[in-house]
Design a protein around this ligand. Sequence first.
Ligand SMILES: *Cc1c(COP(=O)(O)O)cnc(C)c1O
Length: 370
Amino acid sequence: MLSNLKIQRVAESRLGSVDFDRLGFGDVYSDHMFSMRYDDGRWHSPEVLPFGPISLPPASATLHYGQSVFEGLKGFMGVDGVVRVFRPDRNAERLRHSCERMCIPAVDEEVFFRAIDELVRLDHGWIPRKRGQAFYIRPLIVATEPQLEVRPARSYRFLVMTAPVRAYFDTASAAVALSVEERFTRASPGGTGETKTAGNYGASLYPGQSANAAGYAQVLWLDGVEHRYVEEVGAMNIFFRFRDRVVTPALRGTILRGVTRDSVITLLRDRGLEVEEGLVAIDEVIDAIGNGELVEAFGAGTAAIIAPVGKIAYRGKEWVINGNATGELTRELYDTITGIQLGEIEDRHGWNRLIPVEDGEQAQRLRASG
Ligand SMILES: *Cc1c(COP(=O)(O)O)cnc(C)c1O
């Protein structure tokens, strides 16, 4: 399908101007992006072109009605010069589900992979070599048809942009403090909670801002019906470790089907630990912190990978978990997942998509000098 892929390279790379010691999260983008258009019932005009602004009609449905979906995944440069992209098949599948919910024509997995492969091959110099940093890949589909009726658009644009990013949370330093949100909700049954679509995030800003002002990094969302059961964090799924079992909220349509969440569950079960996906009442969590049953909590998502949760604020009281330090299992999971991503730990489940870009010796030298 992509035999007609057009590649237009930048005249001059911007790579030399990037300070890899001061990376943010999405403030710098690599030289190239992938683009494809949809009109008259089909995707067409696939191309790789210099990263830059796109033009949209002011009446584009995405700008007015939020008809858009996105994904987020990461690639890493291994010491062997092979780039490993973590579980892109899962993101392709989730994008398809998001498209369906938002009446957007789906993009084939093959096209999704090809876009990533081409961008990695062209811009592999942008892949950070410092531990913790990553090559973030952000696919996006937006409705471009200019029309103001509330109905599915007839034209779209699929873009994939990539960015070298810092470690989102640093597990070596302070754990994250969360604030339980009892007034606002993120999603409700039948809504778009499990869809990676723009509106969910826009709606979360106001409660998030209040939490930040009170000194908390993120909101811990409760269910939209009873405000009683824990759902997830801003862009992370949540896990609680009670003494001998780990519990995470079940997928009931209101929380994201996290790829990291799935990886964590798989790794814990590999290790023989009991993992329960179920209803997690906030009262149970608080009681268990109080009586010492709850020994660790952590968030799981592509950006942070694993982020220890050190404090939870609930009804005016602050509850400290594990002395506000990174728990043993939290650290182990972080090390295992990042080890698999870097090619240092055996990838037993075949999670990585391998894209060779350099010879191993060259990669070693670059790592040593960088
Ligand atoms: C993306 C996202 C997650 C994490 O999913 P991953 O696939 O692990 O990155 C969790 N919650 C929300 C709301 C998200 O948008």
